[in-house]
Design a protein around this ligand. Structure first.
Ligand SMILES: [Cu+2]
Length: 155
């Protein structure tokens, strides 16, 4: 690359950085199993701005039970509906392959796959445009009634 075009790129980057940094950089969130409480996340409250990008890492270490977990973000008021569909997947021979995500549901905003003990998965997604309290949970069998929290989406 010619030195002049490199210089042009650097100037452009300098110009764009102050404008774009806040809008474009996804907020990073890390969730782990709670180190002492079985079937709980280490955080029950998450927050972010409506419409912003989120990078969420589910790091399945330090849990008292060595079990798979996932993260499923749900529309307000729909946690029971989605949890019930996930529970019904117990009879589905492909449930593990499907990550215990009831794909027919229209109430799921974002989800990770199942994360095995000792493994970590990162997903990127956009928070809903509508501010509100969005429930999240792990839908591995027997988890969702306890392993849950709330993602507070602010205007
Ligand atoms: Cu779980």
């Amino acid at each position: 690359m010619a030195p002049s075009s490199l210089l042009a790129l650097v100037s452009l980057a300098t110009l764009l950085a102050p404008l774009g940094a806040q809008e474009l950089a996804p907020s990073a969130v890390e969730l782990r199993p709670h180190p002492q409480v079985p079937l709980a996340f280490d955080k029950t409250e998450l927050s972010g701005k409506a419409g912003s990008r989120i990078t969420l890492t589910l790091n399945n270490i330090d849990g008292p039970l060595q079990q798979p977990h996932n993260f499923v973000l749900i529309k307000p008021g729909k946690i029971d509906a989605v949890g019930t569909l996930a529970t019904a997947m117990i009879t589905d021979p492909k449930a593990i392959e499907k990550n215990y995500i009831p794909e027919q549901s229209t109430d799921i905003i974002a989800h990770t796959p199942l994360v095995q003990p000792g493994e970590s998965v990162t997903i990127e997604f956009t928070l809903p445009a509508e501010p509100g309290d969005y429930p999240f949970m792990s839908t591995f069998p027997g988890h969702w009634l306890q392993m849950r929290g709330t993602f507070h989406v602010s205007p």
